[in-house]
Design a protein around this ligand. Sequence first.
Ligand code: PLP
Length: 294
Amino acid sequence: MVWRHAILLEPAASDDPRTDFAELLTPIDPTAPALSVGELSTQRGDGIFESIGVVDGHAQEVEAHLERLAHSAAICQLPPPNVAQWRQAVQAIARECPPGECVIKLILSRGVEHGPAPTAWVTASTAPDNAAVREHGIRVVTLDRGYDSGAPARAPWLLLGAKTLSYATNMAAIRAAHARGADDAVFVSSDGVLLEGPTSSLVLRQGDRFVTPEPGAGILHGTTQLSLFSWLETQGYETGYASLPVSALREADAAWLLSSVRLAAGVTAVDGEPLAYDAALTASINAYLLSPRD
Ligand code: PLP
């Protein structure tokens, strides 16, 4: 059975929803209805979120996730999150997590239609079992994201680069990948630049150098990729950000999709063609990603 826990971050009685937060973390029944039908998160997907991996009660890379929450809020013109309040909520819910792997979700919605303040809540639940995918890898297909690489600068209202609640297209991309006999997808801009997976960052190995698409290309800056790069540097590897053509994936010495809960999934095939898969390095990467990280 899936274990679940939830906390609501109540807005303060004052006009500033970011003050007097300490006593306003209210545990709520995660199985009971909690949101108003006027919620803009459910009506319009208008809000942002973060998913944080938890290993044996330790929430991983909390600061990087809080920074990205603040970055997403700025892009979406939501009030700046009170980072101390969110940190406190993460710590409180992490203490409730059972041993093993869990996932904490932070959700900040624009609130109830015509309401005074955003709605914010935090949940924790047991994570799915990703052991097989970490060990055996995934087949990916490249999918056109439908935007060219100038779109993020030309059309900021697309909110590219923010982790918004509007993930219906990301989920549709995963279904399209399944329909093509693959496990996951890699988005490519309409002018042929590699971007990211629908729920993950892409990292390529090119000799002793590891590269990932530039976050400025309208993709999320992955906390797992950032953490992996700092570890790879301690292992003597070079790391970097680059604008990469689709051919770079097909020609890579190895490739991974990285995310906070699944961690590193090695790519075994691209568009039906096999790609070199480094099982030993993937195991070392996942061992690192499962160790306590701040
Ligand atoms: N890119 C997208 C679109 C994502 O949804 C995610 C994670 O869910 C990532 C990248 C990877 O981010 P992180 O490593 O912080 O989980």
